[in-house]
Design a protein around this ligand. Sequence first.
Ligand code: NAD
Length: 486
Amino acid sequence: MSAQAEVLHNYVGGKWIPAQAKEFVDVHNPAIGSVIAKTPLSTRADLDAAVQAAAKAFPAWRDTPVVVRARSMFRFVELLERHAGDIARTVTTEHGKTIDEARGSVRRGIECVEVACGAPSLMMGYGLEQIATNVDSTVFRQPLGVVAAITPFNFPAMVPLWFLPFAVATGNCIIVKPSEQVPLSTRAMFRLLEQCDIPPGVISMVNGGREIVEGICDHPGIRAVSFVGSTPVARAVYQRGTHAGKRVQALGGAKNFVIVMPDANFEKSIEIITESFYGCAGERCLAGSVLVPVGEAHKEARDRLVEAARSLKVGDGMEAGVQMGPVISGTHRERVRSYIDKGVHEGAKLVLDGRGVKVADRDNGFFLGPTVFDEVSPKMTIGHEEIFGPVASIHGVKTLDDAIALMESHPNANATSIFTSSGKSAREFARRATASMVGVNIGVAAPMAYFPFGGSRDSFFGDLKVHGRDAFEFYTDKKVTITRWL
Ligand code: NAD
């Protein structure tokens, strides 16, 4: 551990304050392997201080006109635009993805803030006069109070922006607990938020791990919890949070199936599919994981994928021309390697092996090359577990029905894609897929900020999804007033 690495502070009550932590987690630059900061594992007392500050701020923030709250988010958009390059560099430094990928993720995050700026329109209720003689009725949406968001490592800037702007614009006070592996991007955004006329206590950042997550689920002062991460933790957060009476939306892991029909445009499709499987080093909840070529598509899809994957330039994401950065940590690299080992052991055919990749002048980086397995079956570990790394598993089938049956037999249902030139196949596929995010000739079916984002089955626990109109529903309660005009 580097002696110089800075210990991060929490942001509570409008101030940066040290956590009462006794344990710390190293934040790495995954391309170099060096420790760049230490995340304190805050205690429940730290969380409680944030909840108290938020509860104190809530009455005045709730009463602040919605247009004034939205103006804070307009200011935030302006600052994010101005500092987008710096934030993207922070994302690449602590996460490893390429700088272009980081810029793209910051752009997606900014779009969320832009949608939240529409709160005066999107938070509107509705009403009806004369529901009985001289009686009218109105529905207003009111903020819930103190809410919390718990985020994963793979999109350090974008995922916090799925929640914070919507919570703030609708009049809630929010506590963000970023992933302990990538807290620096959230900190950088909070430094911008400090300049957005947001009163102390409305936004808090509490660093930590499991203890804070469980504390958030249990704390009686928190009304709603948003979670993004792996399926086991998403399920646990949903159960614990709802048991404590909270509104919870918990987005879990994924195993995304990408179907290639024989009538696909192979040249374009495989280019898009390669980006889907290996973009962000496969550390995307919407990344392709299992390639399912149908019938005679198998050989051509496989050969083209292997060729495209082999040619990807792996390296430090900060360097020009690099197409795939490292994975998040040494531990995660070992985990992905062990999946590759298991794939070989369980009989899948390794057609491209990324285990031995080396990057010049980056001996300690957490690199892994693109990997392709053919002849994968759902019984194999790599056929059913989420790998979350640059590994493609190919499972050829005979018909579209077989492809759909294969996909539907998996408990996760986050995103899925089909590559075809047949409108009929595309429509059939989109109608029958349980996954809630479906791409037709799209490799990463990521809904824009004004649409709902989230999967189904073991990829999503809850009801209301992320961003779009669902965000305004999630962060508000509907109050009905019935008035008799005597
Ligand atoms: P993770 O589940 O390990 O961690 C997510 C958050 O939960 C972090 O803030 C972490 O501190 C906390 N946490 C970790 N273990 C915990 C435990 N035992 N108890 C309580 N809290 C705990 O996930 P990750 O590794 O940071 O992120 C990768 C996962 O997130 C993948 O499974 C990926 O598919 C998923 N993900 C899903 C979506 C989606 O939209 N569905 C988006 C991004 C990432």
